[in-house]
Design a protein. Structure first.
Length: 196
C-alpha cells in the first residue's frame, strides 16, 4: 500500500467532481489550523511537518490501487491520479514552534486537484504529532532540565510509536527507547532495565 491510500474516499470523489465541472485546476490554498486547544492549555507545539513532507515525496498511486479505485472513479480521475505528483508549495511554522488557535500552522498551495487529495494525510500526521509534541513540551517544562525518556512503544501502533518518539524528542525529551526512531530520525536511543 502506498501513502496515497491513507486518505478518505470523499476526497477522491470531490476530485472527480472538480475534474468534471472544470474547477480542478483552480489555484487554491489549504490551511491547517487548530480551532481550539484542550481546556487549560494556552498553546500547542507544531510537529509532523517533516513527516508530511517525507510522505508527500512518496504520494503516488500504484497500478493495483488504481484498479481498485476504478470501482467508483471515472477514467479521467484515474488518469489524473496515475500521473499525480504534487507541484505546489508548502509553508508554515517550523517544527517545535508554539502555535495558538486560529493560526495557520501549515499552508498548502497548488491546484484544487493537487491539494484536496492530501487533506486526510496532512491532518492525520499533524494532529497526531502535534498532540504528542504539545504534551511533551509541557512535561519538558515541568522537568526543568532533568532527562526524560519517551518509552511508549508498547502502548501504541508500531508506526505511531516511531512518530511519537520523534515528536517527543523534538519537544524536549532527551531520547526514546524506540530503535526505529533512532535509525530513521536520529532520536537518541536510551533505556533502563526490565522491571518484570
Amino acid at each position: 500500500m502506498t501513502v496515497a491510500l491513507l486518505t478518505d474516499k470523499y476526497e477522491l470523489t470531490m476530485l472527480a467532481a472538480a475534474l468534471r465541472d472544470g474547477t480542478a485546476h483552480r489555484r487554491t490554498t489549504f490551511e491547517v489550523f487548530a480551532r481550539r486547544l484542550p481546556e487549560g492549555r494556552r498553546y500547542g507545539v507544531v510537529a509532523g511537518t517533516g513527516r508530511f513532507v517525507e510522505a508527500l515525496a512518496e504520494f503516488t498511486f500504484a497500478a493495483h490501487e488504481l484498479a481498485a479505485l476504478a470501482e467508483f472513479l471515472d477514467s479521467e480521475t484515474l488518469d489524473f491520479l496515475s500521473n499525480y505528483r504534487f507541484s505546489g508549495d508548502i509553508d508554515g511554522y517550523a517544527e517545535g514552534e508554539l502555535y495558538f488557535p486560529g493560526s495557520p500552522v501549515l499552508s498548502v498551495h497548488g491546484s484544487f486537484a493537487e491539494c484536496v487529495v492530501l487533506e486526510t494525510l496532512v491532518l492525520s500526521i499533524l494532529n497526531h504529532d502535534t498532540a504528542i509534541a504539545s504534551a511533551a513540551a509541557r512535561m519538558a517544562s515541568a522537568a526543568a532540565g532533568r532527562p526524560m525518556i519517551e518509552m511508549g512503544s508498547r502502548r501504541t501502533h508500531e508506526l505511531a510509536a516511531v512518530a511519537a518518539a520523534r515528536a517527543a524528542y523534538l519537544a524536549g525529551f532527551t531520547g526514546s527507547s524506540n530503535l526505529a526512531a533512532q535509525q530513521r530520525y536520529g532520536v537518541p536511543a536510551l533505556g533502563t532495565a526490565a522491571h518484570a
